[in-house]
Design a protein around this ligand. Structure first.
Ligand SMILES: Nc1ncnc2c1ncn2[C@@H]1O[C@H](COP(=O)(O)OP(=O)(O)OP(=O)(O)O)[C@@H](O)[C@H]1O
Length: 306
């Protein structure tokens, strides 16, 4: 079931911050939500977590409608908002207890869930501190712990790694990956490597409109009219026999003893080139199919519409 969004629009005055978007996030999927500043990511996430009403369209979270059944939606969903508002004067454990109680937990299940979240989110060493005394990374962990305390099936995380140092980024990503094995996760980010590292699928939104919804691997080949293979040799070689391979269009120099072989789209010529190198006695040391960079693709999809 996961998240089902159909023809969602949110209008602020004259501006359509979200403009007729539709997508689904299936159970057990981790999906990255990308877009430039002001594209409509947070607005979409706030609607899916019942913090904002939609102007029109339908949003279902695990089958429950955000407008008709917000109580059920809140039970199904854990939300880490962009600015992660926390009560800085509360102690970590006290705060998690407080949030757990808001979700209707009590007695031993409240104690157990709080301890589980402290362990899962790596908060054990910091659990006796006030939230105000924690570093940004640890506050983010508290934010994740509060989002998961009621064991929701769906997690919606708005820029969960923004402002963290590289070590903390790696740790929070690992945590998302771990919890994502059992839950549906939609998270927004500006970091392309994060999408490659974490996601099954990526959504790109620009000026309120969805401009891509695709598996990460497919996205890397999107818009590509040709296949490019980078071949590296130990010494200079006469590459003209490569031009006789079917589908090869041209060869360009790409550095010392390196050549970029350009072929028609969809053809993977690596094994043919490997065989040819053996026949010709070429000292081949590297053979690699080049992918689109996600950064470039993101620019293409989000700048052309401005
Ligand atoms: N309460 C509001 N009133 C008026 N306009 C708003 C309001 N909230 C958001 N907007 C506008 O809606 C658009 C989408 O904003 P949103 O916060 O959803 O973008 P975003 O993709 O999350 O951006 P960022 O990456 O910068 O967080 C922006 O132009 C923003 O100024």
């Amino acid at each position: 079931m996961g998240i089902e969004i159909k023809d969602l629009t949110k209008v602020y005055g004259p501006q359509a911050a979200v403009d007729h978007i539709s997508f689904t996030v299936g159970t057990g999927e981790i999906v990255g939500f990308l877009g430039p500043n002001g594209a409509g990511k947070s607005t979409t996430m706030k609607i899916a977590t019942c913090y904002l009403p939609p102007t029109s369209g339908t949003v279902l979270v695990n089958g429950f409608n955000v407008v008709e059944d917000p109580k059920q939606v809140r039970r199904q969903v854990g939300y880490l908002p962009e600015h992660n508002p926390l009560y800085l004067d509360m102690y970590v454990r006290e705060y998690l207890h407080f949030v757990g109680k808001l979700h209707g937990l009590g007695g031993s299940s409240l104690q157990t869930r709080t301890e589980e979240m402290i362990q899962l989110c790596g908060l054990d060493r910091e659990k006796h501190k006030k939230i105000g005394a924690l570093s940004k990374g640890y506050r983010q962990r508290v934010g994740l712990a509060q989002a998961m305390i009621h064991d929701p099936a769906v997690l919606i995380l708005d820029e969960p790694t923004t402002g963290l140092d590289p070590n903390q980024i790696v740790e929070i990503r690992a945590l998302i990956k771990e919890v994502g094995q059992a839950k549906t996760v939609l998270f927004s980010t500006h970091i392309m490597q994060e999408v490659s590292a974490l996601c099954d699928r990526v959504l790109i939104i620009n000026q309120g409109k969805l401009v891509a919804d695709s598996p990460v691997a497919e996205l890397k080949n999107m818009g590509r009219k040709e296949t490019r293979i980078l071949a590296e040799f130990e010494a200079e070689v006469d590459t003209s026999p490569i031009l006789t391979l079917p589908q090869v269009q041209r060869i360009e120099p790409a550095g010392l003893h390196k050549y970029r072989i350009i072929a028609t789209s969809g053809s993977d010529l690596r094994s043919a080139i490997f065989r040819l190198a053996g026949e010709q006695g070429w000292p081949l040391v590297g053979l690699q199919q080049e992918e689109n960079s996600l950064e470039k693709l993101f620019q293409d999809l989000t700048q052309s519409k401005k």
